[in-house]
Design a protein around this ligand. Sequence first.
Ligand SMILES: C[S@@+](CC[C@H](N)C(=O)[O-])C[C@H]1O[C@@H](n2cnc3c(N)ncnc32)[C@H](O)[C@@H]1O
Length: 285
Amino acid sequence: MSATAERVWEFEWRDQDFKFLAGLLHDKTGIVLTEKKKEMMYGRLVRRLRALKLASFAEYCRYLQGPSGEKELGFTLNAITTNTTDFFREKHHFDYLRDIILPSVAAQIAANSGHHFRIWSAGCSSGEEPYSIAMVMRNILGNTARNSKILATDLDSNILGLAKAGQYNGKKCRTTIPAFYLKSATGKTGDSGENMVQMSNDLKKLISFRQLNLLHDWPMKGKFDAIFCRNVMIYFDKETQDRLVRRYATYLKADGILFIGHSESLLSVPDVYECLGKTIYRLLL
Ligand SMILES: C[S@@+](CC[C@H](N)C(=O)[O-])C[C@H]1O[C@@H](n2cnc3c(N)ncnc32)[C@H](O)[C@@H]1O
């Protein structure tokens, strides 16, 4: 296609439809969709147009504003989220958990067996992040981990279904989960056999998966020792990011730790967090 040639869309996709959808999705999720994402959005939403037998994006925009709009919005949000993730992604966070945070938790549990340790994986996608946390917790805390809990939340209901099921491609698991942890991770494989790895019940018991939009109310009671919010804020505008990290501060215990993604930073909130090293922050308040 020459630089001047117009892109031909199978379904009419006008600038105003793109702007309407980008605005709606920004309001509902905080996700910023610039012109550069126009092609991506088309690709992800076109299936909905086909399923609903609609002839254009203008019709889809009207459908979203009609009586079925609220229900449809769930599909739109699920289609638009980017769910890329992996086990032990940004390994240094899990090293910090293993070497710094959990030994002191183990000592506190030894002194008081009722001690509760709580972690939140905010934007957990298909579950690789919370299962990685659970593997490290089981390894360091052993059976005493039962008093510890991981809350794993995401906006996308489809991806949460995969996270809850906890079945992953065997090859991916063998290449990303350290062999040492993989043994404890593996429960009985289901019908899909050896090509799949099923997360064990011991790990599953540590995690509660919930749907939660980070822009809405947070119903959780009690504070967290650590929050993982990695590679989520990168999709938000600056103002939403700042609001979110200040809000996390109110959900962290004293000295609580916030882990963020490799391309995110908390430079704008130096009054709230102290940087402990690559993308690891401690609450100052
Ligand atoms: C790229 S994944 C990151 C997964 C994992 N934290 C990691 O670093 O590997 C981003 C996740 O954020 C979720 N997300 C995006 N906007 C959200 C919002 N407003 N509330 C809750 N989750 C959201 C997406 O559904 C997606 O699963």
